[in-house]
Ligand binder design. Sequence first.
Ligand code: AMP
Length: 483
Amino acid sequence: MLGLMQPQQLLISDLIVNAERHHGDVEIVSRRVEGDIHRTTWAEVSKRSRQIANALKAENLAFSDRVATLAWNGYRHLEMYFGISGSGHVLHTLNPRLHPEQLAWIVNHAEDQIVAFDMTFLPLVKAVQANCPTVKKWIAMCDADALPADSGIANLVSYEAWLGAQSDNYEWPAFDENSASSMCYTSGTTGNPKGVVYSHRSTLLHAWGAALPDALNISSRDAILPVVPMFHANAWAVPYSAAAIGTKLVFPGAAMDGKSIYELIEAEKVTMAAGVPTVWQMLLGHMETNKLRFSTLSRTVIGGSACPPAMIDAFDKQYGVEVLHAWGMTEMSPLGTVCALKGKQMSLSDDAKRAVRLKQGRVVFGVDMKIVHPETGAELPWDGKTYGDLLVKGPWVTSGYFKLDNANLLMDGWFHTGDVATIDADGFMQITDRSKDVIKSGGEWISSIDVENLAMAHPAVAMAACIGMPHPKWDERPKGWFR
Ligand code: AMP
């Protein structure tokens, strides 16, 4: 006997329809690369994402054709998230840290048809465009009058002119929830980058899971600042979860220095911020130097690389901000574990709580994990001491890479993360090492402000600063930037 519930497919367009219908007046605030603070709402983002869908229709793309972005966190990128996937195309978020040769390789491998980019990345686009034959159109994410006349880029249009010419009357199509919705390339220190392809179904389940109280704990009363980039692993689901829940979003754009982030948190009454340790190091340094306090920030999600104990202490003891240590990877959409204490741990001493918080945490329901012996594959005990290869499975974990032979990727349905970990009796996982690929590209986000400045002045060196990628300029990475 089958259930009698409605067989409605889980689609990304549902998220933006929901955000407009139920939370249309909730603000989306962005620090733009133009330098100003821009304010819009979920209703307006929804309207403009429909205009994008119409603009893509006018481009005569086929279902599942890839449309790429090369952009910071901001409202235009958010509109692209929904407009591209919602209309049945695949949003391909490109990582601007890559060396131009690698970027071109990825664009060609994904067969991107259109690339939309923030003006910061104009030098990078100039460097790669001649080597990207599949790209029919380049879209500069700026006003029509800001479009450079002499860029040398064929088929270049401004985002506002491209979108502004379209009606906002558009009916989101219905299709199989297992259709590809977006993709992101991941890379280690060996081999070519690998394309991870998310589906509408995996994205919605992941957005639900990420919003749960023992995960990112997202509510409509929050104002969230995702510093984690939207070009890497979906900004940890924040754009999607926020649309599902009706949360205010505050985007930092390219300015990730401590002063800019602090000002945004205070001015926009941010309650939760998500990012990697490097960014928080800059914020804490700025606060310490200027003797500042937070007035609304209550928690911060820290992941991408291990959160240093001193950082947990500083947030917790000095500023009263709860640290949620999280772990995941591109292949996991990316959320795997979050370190939310269990009820029985709330009465532990401060030191004992701190010891738990240093771990990468417990699985979010939907993901399962285990540790195994690296040679025999035998499952290892959850005693908090024995370490082994960390394997995961679940509906938002990859089952294969784009255009690769994936026959031997999974081990009895489990994905090999390449991380080495312990798991304790309460199910808290702690990373101890990495077994394969040595270091992945996006685990840590180096100072983006430095990258931006460098990208303007010395694009080759800036791009050579990317981590975890083999390339000819490898030794040109500025010292001190490598994790
Ligand atoms: P990526 O797929 O590029 O985002 O890189 C994912 C990898 O970053 C993971 O497999 C880990 O090696 C590392 N990573 C992510 N979060 C953490 C964390 N909280 N602690 C330690 N390593 C992490």
